[in-house]
Design a protein around this ligand. Structure first.
Ligand code: MG
Length: 375
């Protein structure tokens, strides 16, 4: 079998666009992949365009060789971010082709299912048109999300999505005043959400790498009473020693990984025990086999993996396909606000029941983009 063509394109989402890859073969089998990156810059499309000529004529079964070829060819351009996201989208589409050719779901190419269905945590559940940065708003929407069947929620209690540049509107020095209004509001929102959903619902907190070390440690201490399953990126991810210090002193499990790329990026994190939970993104860290490799190293440190997934239906299904083969899989992220759009893009919608993603058990990824979306 040979690759005959590669197409890629963006689809506008509610808050960021999704990027898809479609690989054609001389046997008529078509593979789908996703290469979404935040904030969905067209640089990923440019990178895919550069990779396209290196793929034409290759055997799609030669996944490892193709991965190494792309990785080494584009290494000097900076393997993190744009380049590795493009490689990830291609790699996912190759596994889709292989699964379809062999007539087996992708999870059976990676060791089979450890979990019959995939536990999800909802994210973005608060990013609605009537958003208010108030405890009663968060409590109300958290309750209604739980009523939809989700048993776990993630959110950033410091994020006021109604303000412009809401991700970055913090002091440059990465500190918040102990008695500051913003910190008190974040804690009040946390309190309101925990009270609204009760003790049986799992809560994860994402701090988006916003704080300095002393602020992060102090905040993590304050969040401890709400029993988070993890606190994600309380500080930026670049300095692994600093993350390890926060992990040692914070009193809650620390999660890092969405901005760490390939097994090489994760090595230091494991060696220094800088995170008790890791969240690599399947469509950004190198694809399915790279995620499996990272998860296997994590297993040797008894570290659970919770794939980061702000992706559309194809990326979500790809994440689930590999996640179920990892014995140390914990829970998968799902952005609820783009579920309707996501399902409009694919031939058969994602099946979500009581907070779990159900496998369609079809060959390949088990999900295909509609012709009118991908042609
Ligand atoms: Mg995050």
């Amino acid at each position: 079998m040979k690759i005959t063509d590669v197409k890629f394109f963006m689809v506008k989402g509610k808050h960021w666009p999704f990027t898809f890859v479609k690989i054609f073969t001389d046997q008529g089998i078509i593979g789908f992949g996703e290469a979404t990156n935040f904030p969905g810059n067209e640089m990923v499309l440019g990178s895919l365009e550069q990779m396209r000529p290196l793929l034409i004529g290759e055997d799609p079964f030669a996944v490892e060789m193709i991965w190494q070829k792309l990785y080494r060819h584009f290494y000097y351009l900076g393997i993190a971010g744009v380049v590795i996201t493009a490689i990830s989208g291609i790699e996912i589409a190759l596994w889709d082709i292989i699964g379809k050719k062999l007539g087996v779901p992708v999870y059976n190419l990676f060791g089979g299912k450890c979990f019959p269905k995939i536990k999800l945590y909802a994210n973005g559940w608060f990013m609605n048109d009537d958003f208010r940065y108030e405890p009663d708003y968060f409590a109300k929407v958290a309750s209604s999300t739980v009523k939809k069947g989700y048993r776990a929620l993630k959110f950033d209690p410091f994020v006021d999505t109604s303000s412009k540049d809401y991700f970055w509107n913090f002091p440059l020095n990465r500190s918040v005043n102990v008695s500051g209004e913003r910190e008190n509001q974040a804690l009040a929102i946390m309190e309101a959400v925990r009270e609204a959903v009760g003790d049986k619902i799992e809560i994860a907190i994402d701090l988006h790498g916003r704080f300095d070390v002393p602020t992060a440690i102090r905040l993590c201490e304050k969040f401890k009473k709400y029993n988070p399953i993890f606190i994600e990126e309380p500080i930026p991810p670049e300095n692994v020693d600093a993350m390890a210090k926060v992990a040692r002193e914070s009193g809650s499990p620390i999660c890092s990984g969405e901005r760490i790329f390939t097994r090489h990026g994760f090595r230091e994190l494991f060696e220094k025990q800088a995170a008790e939970v890791i969240n690599p993104d399947v469509v950004r860290t190198g694809g399915l086999s790279e995620t499996k490799k990272i998860a296997s190293i994590a297993e040797t440190y008894y570290t659970p993996i919770t794939p980061h997934n702000p992706n559309a239906a194809v990326g979500t299904m790809a994440s689930a396909q590999v996640a179920t083969t990892c014995p140390n899989f914990l829970i998968l992220e799902l952005f609820t606000f783009d579920m309707v759009l996501s399902n409009k893009l694919v031939k058969e919608p994602l099946i979500i029941e009581n907070g779990y993603l159900i496998f369609p058990d079809k060959p390949g990824l088990g999900i295909e983009l509609k012709e009118e979306v991908s042609d």
